[in-house]
Design a protein around this ligand. Structure first.
Ligand SMILES: [Fe+2]
Ligand SMILES: [Fe+2]
Length: 255
């Protein structure tokens, strides 16, 4: 089972402004028809309807193998002002038509998708909404998981049903940014404590910088994606039934 981690596509309203994103997605479609795609937010640039239409048109061909989480630019104008209307638009234009295992507005529970290959390869994909619902423009690029989502996440991970699944947790905000009042995930420490030894892979974006950490916080890999459009590589995550080395991560050409 193979995954490509992309992030921060920042779709604009006009095709001419989306050339890099469209070229990258086209390359992936042609070269990796079997890979699943995980996109960790900022799919559009400021939550405008036209941007969501552009993004959906480009992502629709990946239906059934694409998994998404929202970023601050999806839910807010210029990525700074949280807007309930834009948050709901994300679900209407992307989460629902792309058939995600749930929506991000409303009940504040993680969106879970279960994948299966053969008899003994199972993956649980868990998407979080880490957008901070604030009206203060200087807070909003910061993130928050929130008590309710954290509670549900703990329950999902510890359910005996989840035991046979390799678990991939993904969200938008970078959990290792500290002391930055404009960017940090304010409850990152609680999140990391909650998932310690319960998750295999953690993925995020937001900072537009690639990063890779191995064997930290009880995970196999923690990966940051840069803003993928126009970039040469992305992270590839390969999950196998091999009990010795079930997960590997590679650099994959995306242009
Ligand atoms: Fe971004
Ligand atoms: Fe962001």
């Amino acid at each position: 089972m193979k995954f490509i981690h992309l992030s921060d596509l920042h779709f604009h309203s006009r095709d001419v402004d989306n050339v890099d994103a469209l070229t990258t997605l086209q390359y992936i479609q042609e070269h990796y028809p079997q890979h699943n795609l995980i996109i960790t937010g900022d799919i559009v640039d400021d939550g405008h309807e036209k941007q969501f239409q552009q993004a959906f048109k480009a992502l629709e061909p990946f239906m059934g193998r694409i998994f998404i989480a929202p970023g601050n630019h999806d839910f807010g104008a210029v990525g700074n002002f949280f807007s309930q209307e834009r948050a709901e638009r994300f679900d209407e234009f992307l989460s629902k038509p792309l058939k995600q295992g749930g929506t991000f507005t409303g009940d504040q529970t993680p969106v879970v998708n279960l994948l299966r290959e053969g008899d003994n390869l199972k993956a649980m994909l868990i998407a979080l909404d880490t957008n901070l619902e604030t009206e203060h423009p200087f807070d909003f690029a910061c993130g928050e998981v929130g008590e309710r989502q954290l509670g549900f996440l703990k329950t999902v991970l510890r359910d005996p049903f989840a035991k046979d699944y390799k678990k991939i947790l993904f969200f938008h905000h970078h959990p290792f940014i500290h002391n930055d009042p404009f960017m940090e995930l304010i409850d990152a420490r609680q999140l990391m404590r909650s998932i310690y030894n319960w998750v295999d892979v953690v993925l995020f974006g937001h900072k537009h910088v690639m990063g890779r950490w191995e064997k930290v916080n009880g995970t196999s890999y923690i990966l940051a994606s840069d803003n993928s459009p126009g970039k040469k590589i992305a992270w590839e995550i390969v999950v196998t039934p091999d009990p010795v080395k079930p997960i590997t991560v590679n650099e994959l050409a995306i242009s």
